[in-house]
Every structure is written in structure tokens, then in C-alpha cells.
Design a binder for this molecule. Sequence first.
Ligand code: PHE
Length: 459
Amino acid sequence: MLLTLRVPRSRLYLGRQQHRRLLASTAPEEAKRQATQHPLQLEINGNTYPTDSWTNVTPKILSHLGLNKHLQRDHPLSIIRQRIVNYFYGAYRNQRGNPLFSVYDKLSPIVTVQQNFDNLLIPIDHVSRQKSDCYYVNREHLLRAHTTAHQVELISGGLDNFLVVGEVYRRDEIDSTHYPVFHQADAVRLVTKDKLFERNPGLELFEETWSGSLADPKRILPSSKCMDQTKQPCHTLEAVKLMEHEMKHVLVGLTKDLFGPRIKYRWVDTYFPFTQPSWELEIYFKDNWLEVLGCGIMRHEILQKAGVHQSIGYAFGVGLERLAMILFDIPDIRLFWSNDSGFLSQFSEQDLQNLPKYKPISHYPQCSNDLSFWLPANVEIDAGFSANDFYDLARTIAGDVVEQISLVDKFKHPKTGKTSLCFRIVYRHMERTLTQAEVNEIHKHIADASVEAFNVQIR
Ligand code: PHE
């Protein structure tokens, strides 16, 4: 869920009026229409975006814009944000004793393809760019898939120590640990040679061969395909090692601050297009190694493009829901969107150090219904029909009462050659018991909308 922009990988603020219109439009007929068709343009945050063949944001997804759960008083995500921010404020101070890091937690989640991907050297054919993985407003704009999308604009603006916190959007399956909107915190720290080698003034950030008198330090490097985990060709080994040491020290410090000094952790080598070398930090929790954050030494091409030529940097990104689920013992990711006072009243930012354990309000029963249909002739799963499209349609119609959807059966008819799919949809309301009649009605709306949207034939 959290760090899927690595490889390999298998798989607004709305204008006020618009917001109210979308929220009010829960009538099933209207939901169906909105999930399958798009208006010619979308008005989001007072900006107008023409739609095109890439548009796949749904009203349901857009309704999350501006909710800012990470800034809501006493919300568990806001408490985690403050813990991270306070840790960084304490970890780095300037000579006057003021925090070095600045925090950006209200940046608009609508970003360009350039911000989310190109600026970060994410290859043009990278899986994370696919329409089936992101929410596109149109071919040029999308809802950010990671808070790393803001790196280059902030560095270009002259910042060298900053945190970005906000919600991110990724198309995904639906279950108790996956939700298409979740929150991340990202950080960047840049240092110059004088700072990094304060105690060893003879050392250099860049290899002589690369930065020597004949070389132009501003020349943009051709992106190296070779992903050497040791270092980038331009950096000296001593610069990378010192930076790695500082970064790991700070991130282990953060992990211990959150999970306690005795937490078991390990570093795992990984790959991100925007850092080299790259790591993930895993913690040992309930008999499992869980990945909590991704980090690495920033690719120098990114700094160069942002106009920074004499620094080396590290960056990291962490998902807030996963931290909060562990720290508060919250069992279901959908609870973070709950407005139930029984949930919200359990948390308070009065005492950021002692985090209470979540006490389940109660368990309402699940209700499971199957939906089987024939795909149109010559259409197959991932060839003309994407399961994520179906999940989104179901979510648009049923909202959060859909707890889980799984593909339980798939076969090809020997004569007609048509593919049949059977999805199991598990319904459960977080705050009350759903009646079977109520579920049947929602289920029927999903079936009808699927016929309309995907031209399928219900079995
Ligand atoms: N953006 C990455 C993700 O969401 C995390 C990351 C950020 C990794 C910064 C390295 C550096 O998966």
C-alpha cells in the first residue's frame, strides 16, 4: 500500500459549490451516471480542467479533497503528523536554536504529470504511471500518488530542509488495510560540502572525473540505467556514506521515538527511480517484518534540474495510516474517514506522547453477495476490462459500506469464448447493522451500473 513507487512492482480542493453538489448526489441513478461518464470539464479548487480520455477521477474520490484529516484536531493522523514534525524540529536546529525544517501540509493534491513523475525521473513506461493505478484529472493532471511530487518545486524555490504532509491517491483493491486515499509525509534535506565535511575539510562531494576542471558541473547526466546500490557515478563514496549515516541515524531515531527504544528494525536495499542508493526500513511487529518507510540519496539529476549544483541530499517518505494503525491499534483503515464521535473522541492531541489504544465501538455483522457476469465478446480482464474500474464503480455507488471485493471465480466459455467473472462483495457498515434488503438494493444498483458501464451481461 505505502511504498509502491518502487520497482519491481506487480501490479480538489473542490470549489465549495462543486463540493456540496458532489456530496449531495448520492441518489443511485446519479452515482451511476457520474461513475461512468465525465462532464466536459471539472471544476476543482476554483480551477477548470478539461476532461479527456485519461480522466478517471470519480466524484466519490474527489469528495476527499479538502477533508485534511491530517490537520483535523485530535484526529489520529494529525497526532502522527505532529509527532513526526516535532521529531524533525528537535533533530535539526540552526545556530539560534530554531527548527531547520519547514513544513508544507496544505499543498493542493492536484499535480501535473511532470511533478508526480517526470521531475522524479520516473521512466515514461513505469507501471506507476498507468491509468489503472492513478486518478487522472486529465492527461496532464492527476491527484498526487505520493507527496514526493512536491520535491522539485520546493527545492527550486530555495528550500533545503523541508517536510511535506498530505493525502495521496492510488487506485487499489478494497479491504481493511487498503483505501484509495491515504496520507504520507516526505522529507528532503540538502547539505553543502562545507556542512557535510565540517570536520574533514579536504573531502569532496563530487568525483574528480565528474566535476574536474574539464567537466561542466551543470551538465545534466544521462540517466544511468545501472542501479548501483553503492553510489551514483557523480558522488564520492565518502559523501554518500556520511549522508547515508546521517539519514539512517535520524530515521532510526524517528522510529524509536514512535515505537519505543526497543523496537526491532532492519534496513532492506531497494530501488526508487528518484534515489540511489535506496532503502526501506522495516520494523518487527506482531511476528512480521513491516515496511514503514522508503528513503535514499537523492538522484543528482533532480537537484540539477531544480538549480542546485553544489549539494547532496537525502529524501524519505512514510505512510501515516500504517503508523497510526500500529500505534493506536486501529484495525480498519476506513475508520480514519469516520466522523463517528465514538471513534474520534478516543484520541486527543493534549498528550502527544502517550497514545491510547483504540477500543472497538462494536462489531456489526458482514453481509456478502456475489455478482457474476459475462464480459462482452473479445474482452478479457486487463484487456478491455480492469478490475480496478469495477472496484471504483462499486465504491462510487455503495461508498464505504463496501468492505471488501474479491474476484472469486473466472472462466472462459468453451463455445462462445466469452469470459465470466464472479466478484464477491462484502458489505459492512462501520456504525450499524445493515439489513439484507438494504444490501440487496445496493447490490442491484452495482449490477445495473456494471451493465451500463462495461456492457457486461449479468448471469
Ligand atoms: N515516494 C515513495 C513512495 O511513495 C517514498 C519515497 C520518498 C522513497 C522519498 C524515497 C524517497 O513509495
